[in-house]
Design a protein around this ligand. Structure first.
Ligand code: PEP
Length: 250
């Protein structure tokens, strides 16, 4: 049985005062929910250490939104997976479509970042997803399949890797695919993982859905076949909304 994961991606949002939202998430998370699912909040780099200290021993894990593939060196402005681990992060998102678009990140680099996460002892949340043009051209499965094979490292297991299927056109737009569309892509991802890593490892890897998940649609989207949780952007900034999404699992 895969344990659901509801992860929040705060993107470039949050100042020191935002810790009040994390405190509320920790305080208001029902024990019955914490017993059933994993909760992860990925604030900007600047808040990781403080958030990790505040969340220590609670039901909320803290993660990061990106890392450099190398452990250290002359890479001005970059942060390594080892530094994230040292700051108290437990996971890192890699290959988010905003990084693929804004920084030209390709599958090989995403894979190197996922390998860096493994080296540092972090869970890598590897994002894949098609653009609107690719969906309209009927290329969704081809694109997601290619990103998956190029971005996921050899020997992946559910202990260290999570996949997030995030249609680019659904991120921050309020638009979502149908449950049938999500199930089709998640089914492909599950088959590809099992074919590449073997049935046991392939079945152990969680596959999240991401893209305009809100309290109003969470129950529907998270009940789609083969969906093991959500990667949430905008709605993860407020404790009330983030917990309301997670409560789809109550
Ligand atoms: C995201 O950026 O990963 C995301 C899913 O954003 P939103 O929930 O705001 O669509």
């Amino acid at each position: 049985m895969r344990r659901p994961l509801v992860a929040g991606n705060w993107k470039m949002n949050g100042l020191a005062a935002s810790i009040v939202e994390l405190d509320l998430m920790i305080k208001d998370c029902p024990a019955t929910l914490a017993a059933r699912i994993d909760l992860l909040v990925c604030p900007p780099f600047t808040l990781i250490e403080e958030f990790a200290a505040a969340a220590a021993g609670s039901s909320v894990m803290i993660g990061a939104q990106d890392c450099h593939p190398k452990p250290s060196g002359a890479h001005t402005g970059d942060i390594s997976a080892e530094m994230l681990k040292d700051s108290g992060a437990r996971a890192v998102i890699v290959g988010h479509s905003e990084r693929r678009a804004d920084h030209g990140e390709q599958d090989a680099l995403v894979r190197a970042k996922a390998e860096a996460a493994r080296r540092a002892g972090l869970i890598a949340i590897i994002c894949v997803g098609e653009t609107l043009a690719e969906r309209e051209a009927g290329r969704t499965l081809e694109v997601v399949g290619r990103q998956l094979s190029g971005s996921v490292p050899d020997g992946a297991t559910g202990e260290e890797v999570v996949i997030a299927y995030e249609p680019v056109w659904a991120i921050g737009t309020g638009k979502t695919p149908t449950v049938a569309d999500i199930a089709e892509v998640h089914g492909l991802i599950r088959r590809e993982l099992s074919a590449r890593f073997g049935e046991a490892a392939g079945q152990s890897i969680r596959v999240l859905y991401g893209g305009s998940v809100k309290p109003e649609n969470a129950r529907t989207l998270l009940q789609a076949q083969d969906v093991d949780g959500a990667l949430v952007g905008g709605a993860s900034l407020k404790a009330r909304d983030f917990l309301a999404i997670a409560e789809a699992y109550l």
